[in-house]
Structure formats: C-alpha cells, structure tokens
Design a binder for this molecule. Structure first.
Ligand code: HEC
Ligand code: HEC
Ligand code: HEC
Length: 418
C-alpha cells in the first residue's frame, strides 16, 4: 500500500475553505450552523482515526477520490471515490445508505469486500458515522468513475460476500463493558472500531478475515509482520509501559523501536493526529489485553554453528548502529535485545528489514527519521539466516531459528512486488 503522506497537509486548507463556504452541502441538513460546524470537525477527526484517506486516494490523486489499488489474496480491489460527487462519488447517497455501507458492508453497488474494513467499522456509532459523512460532504466533489472490483471470476461476484459474511462477520455497534473504566471503553471502541488495528494485527482465517479468538496476536501482510500487540512478554507489548505505547503512536518512535512500513504510514496519517486522551485510552486497552499465555521458546544454544557464524556477521555489519549489547541508541537505532519484532514467531519483518533496509517514520513531533541500510546485495540467504538466528537468540532473546529457505522465499517475493 503506497500512501501519499503529503495529502493531509494539502487537504487542510481545502477543507477549511469548504467548511466556511455557504454552499457546503451539509449546511441546512438539520441543526444550526454551529452544530454543523461541531459535527464536521468531529467528523474530520474521526475520519483521521479511521484513516479513510489512505485507501481512498490514488498516489498523486485527489484526496478521497478513490483509485488506490489494494492487493488481496484473491486479486485487486480499488478504493472507491467517496467525495460528494453525485455521479461517481457518494453525493447521491442517503445517510442510511452511508451507515449501511459502514456498518453492514452493503452499498448501492452490492456487497462490499472486507478490504473495506466494515468488519471493524460496524462497531462505530451511528452518530460518529454521520459526523464522518458530514465531513466528507464538505470535500470538493471529484468526478472520477472507479470500478473498484478488479477481482477475477468467481471472486468478482459480490453476492459471494453473503457466504463470507455469514462465516466471518459479526455486525453490531460497540457495547461498552460497565465493569471496565471509561478510558478502557474508549480505547476498545477506537482499537476495535475506527482504528481497525486488527485488520493488520489479528491472525487471518483462510478467507482473509481477522479471527476474533486471537485478536491482535500478530499477522503477515504485504511482506511485513504486524506483531502481537497484546500484553504478552517477549513477543508482545508486555515490556512496554503505557507511556511507551503513547509515544510510539504519537511520534513513530520510543526508547525501544522506530516504526517502519505500513505502521509508519498508519502513524503518519492517523495515530500521530489523535488527541493525547485517545492515545492513552488505546494504550490502556492494549495493556489490558490478556497475554497469549504461550511460554517463550527454548533459545538456540550459543555453541550452535549458526550462532557462531551469525555473531561474526553481526559484529561486522550491524553493531556499529545496534551496538554489541543489542541495545541500540534510543530513538535512533532500535533495540534488538528483548524486542517483539525480533522475537515474533514469524520473522518476515526481520528478514525484510535486513534485505531491503527501511526508512523510519517522520511525524510532526519527530520530523527527521533515521534509516536502516539494505544488505541484500552483500549477504547470502545462508548468511542472513545465521545472522538472524543469532539476533533472535542472543542477549536473552529466544525464538525459532530462521532458515535459508525463509530468506530465499522473501527475497523472491520482495523482488516480485516492490
Ligand atoms: C484498508 C483500506 C480502507 C480503509 C482504511 C477505508 N476504506 Fe472504504 N473502501 C475500501 C475499498 C477497497 C472499498 C471498495 C470495496 C468494494 O468495492 O467492495 C471501499 C469502499 C467504501 C465505501 C463504498 C463506496 C461505494 O461507492 O460503494 C464507502 C462509503 C467507504 N469505503 C467509506 C470509508 C470511510 C468513511 C472510511 C474511513 C472511516 C474508509 N472507507 C476506510 C478500503 C478502505
Ligand atoms: C496497515 C496495517 C496496520 C494497521 C492498520 C495497524 N498496524 Fe500496528 N503495525 C503494523 C506493522 C507492519 C507493524 C510492525 C512495524 C515495524 O516492525 O516497524 C506494526 C507495529 C505496531 C506496534 C509496535 C509493536 C512492536 O513491538 O514493535 C504497535 C504498538 C502497533 N503497531 C499498534 C497499532 C495500533 C494501536 C493500531 C490501530 C490504531 C495499529 N497498530 C494499526 C501494521 C499495522
Ligand atoms: C547505519 C546504521 C544501521 C546498521 C549498520 C544496521 N541497522 Fe538495523 N536499523 C537501523 C535503523 C535506523 C532502523 C530503524 C528503521 C526503521 O524503523 O524503519 C533499524 C531497524 C532494524 C530492525 C527493526 C527493529 C524494529 O524494532 O523495528 C532490525 C531487526 C534491524 N535493524 C537489524 C539489523 C541487523 C541484523 C543489521 C546488520 C545486518 C543492521 N540492523 C544494521 C540502523 C542500522
């Protein structure tokens, strides 16, 4: 998913102009103008929390006018035009139709595919959804016809989603848990609903939906691994404080790590723009997610051939930045010792970062981002496997060894897709 990070800043003046323009369609749809203003501003914030702009904007295209291609296991889907254009956008829709698309995944064009995160958005309240609509109504209408469905037969048949929904989709607005604090409930509402964190972080069923049983315990997407973000030690957020989580979501970095890939984009577009109370609520909820209960695996012993070879490569190529101790340098070079990304069951992110390098995230709070160089040209599959087996099992870390076949497969896949 390539997302245009400059969009939000480009969008702001446009939006403000539209809000103050007397012809903005939302005015007069009920309530006084000051009520409408409050609703539009709330809608703008909620659209940011839902990161709508990310999937509904083509690279270099007009914001929300659709056209971004999303790769699914079944083929390509495009984000729809959701500007208020009456012909090619959603300008002609009634409020009920909009709510139905968000909460049920049913639009005038038929059943939507869950690449549109309606399985998460179903939790969002009607009043919040109508605020998002009020905000979308203030956007410039863009005439841009988009056929979103580029899936091959038989997946292109929209009614096949009926069967998918029956198996995988539980519609229904979020119900607060009265045994929990208001802060926890706000966090749950944001994480499970608009934030759609589980779309990336929850393990997928064969059919591509998030399995609710092991919510937020990690999943692979687009050659990245979105790690376990429950309160699990070792491969989850067990070692992070609430403040560490808030700082990460706000700035893209904390004392342990720097966000890359799809999470860097989610932070830039969305979480870095959320209010502090909302970020604290999210952190409260995540720290209360029960640990998955799996004990740490037995580490690979230091006398193993791969560990000895890996240590030599590490000293040669990595320790200038990540240090001998694996502690890195806070906010500059991530900590490898004790890191969840490093010890996740699935080593996809690790292999990827070593092969391709990675550019850390830049946010308003932390405008410059350090980069990790690429080593694909320098290290063989065998060498990367030994190196990462060492990184995953040194400094008290413990995780399954990485094989040369794992590295080979990802190297291939990265060459094909990037
Ligand atoms: C992860 C990507 C993604 C995000 C985030 C996302 N959408 Fe979508 N959305 C899609 C895709 C893909 C489609 C087209 C689905 C299809 O045609 O079946 C779609 C379709 C829609 C539609 C139906 C449009 C039509 O013409 O049928 C609406 C309305 C919509 N999205 C609104 C939103 C809003 C509002 C948000 C933010 C709160 C949002 N989306 C966030 C991917 C996304
Ligand atoms: C588009 C996919 C996507 C979405 C949506 C997403 N994440 Fe992530 N997230 C990732 C990936 C991939 C990583 C790993 C990034 C890395 O290794 O730098 C990650 C990493 C993280 C981490 C750091 C974990 C660690 O141990 O280093 C936290 C915390 C996190 N995400 C929280 C969230 C929350 C909260 C939400 C919802 C508000 C969310 N994510 C939504 C893909 C996503
Ligand atoms: C020139 C400094 C530098 C060198 C040398 C370097 N790295 Fe990195 N590394 C970084 C930076 C900066 C990041 C953060 C990039 C980002 O977040 O996108 C990073 C990120 C990582 C991550 C992801 C950690 C996380 O929390 O998301 C891993 C794993 C990693 N490096 C391993 C290695 C290994 C193994 C080597 C040796 C082959 C190596 N690095 C060499 C600077 C370096």
């Amino acid at each position: 998913m390539k997302r245009n990070l400059a969009l939000f800043t480009a969008l702001l003046p446009l939006t403000m102009a539209a809000i103050f323009s007397a012809t903005a369609p939302v005015m007069g749809q009920g309530g006084t103008d000051s009520q409408s203003f409050e609703q539009i501003e709330r809608g703008r914030y909620l659209a940011t929390a839902g990161d709508c702009v990310a999937c509904h904007t083509a690279p270099g295209g007009k914001p929300y006018a659709g056209g971004l291609a999303l790769e699914t296991p079944f083929g390509k889907l495009l984000g729809a035009n959701i500007t208020p254009d009456r012909e090619t956008g959603i300008g002609n829709w009634t409020d009920d139709q909009f709510v139905q698309a968000m909460q049920q995944g049913i639009a005038p064009r038929g059943h939507l595919y869950p690449a549109m995160p309606y399985p998460a958005f179903t939790k969002v309240s009607r009043s919040d959804i109508l605020a998002i609509r009020a905000y979308l109504n203030t956007l410039e209408p863009v005439n841009n016809p988009i056929e979103t469905n580029l899936l091959p037969f038989p997946f292109n048949i929209r009614s096949s989603m009926l069967a998918w929904n029956a198996l995988n989709f539980t519609p229904g607005e979020f119900k607060p848990d009265s045994d929990k604090s208001a802060e926890w409930n706000r966090g749950a509402y944001l994480v499970e609903g608009l934030g759609h964190c589980g779309t990336c972080h929850s393990p997928k069923t064969i059919l591509g939906s998030a399995r609710s049983g092991d919510a937020l315990e990690g999943s692979v997407l687009q050659n990245w691994f979105a790690p376990n973000i429950t309160n699990t030690m070792h491969k989850g957020l067990g070692g992070w404080s609430q403040a560490d989580i808030v700082q990460y979501l706000k700035t893209g970095a904390n004392q342990f790590t720097i966000a890359s890939g799809p999470m860097a984009e989610a932070i830039t577009n969305s979480t870095s723009k959320l209010s502090d109370p909302d970020l604290h609520a999210i952190a409260t909820y995540l720290k209360n997610m029960p640990s998955d209960g799996n004990a740490a695996p037995v580490p690979v012993v230091g006398s193993d051939k791969r560990m000895i070879a890996g240590q030599a490569i590490y000293r040669d190529t990595c320790n200038a930045c990540h240090r001998d101790s694996g502690a890195g340098i806070p906010r500059l070079f991530p900590t490898l010792a004790g890191s969840a990304v490093v010890q996740s069951d699935d080593p996809t992110t690790l292999i990827r970062v070593v092969l391709q390098g990675s550019q850390g995230v830049a946010t308003a709070a932390a405008p410059t981002a350090p980069a990790m160089p690429s080593f694909a040209w320098r290290l063989s599959d065998e060498e990367v496997a030994s190196l990462l087996t060492y990184v995953r099992n040194n400094w008290g870390n413990a995780a399954a060894p990485v094989t040369a076949a794992d590295v080979k497969a990802l190297r291939q896949s990265l060459t094909n897709t990037d």
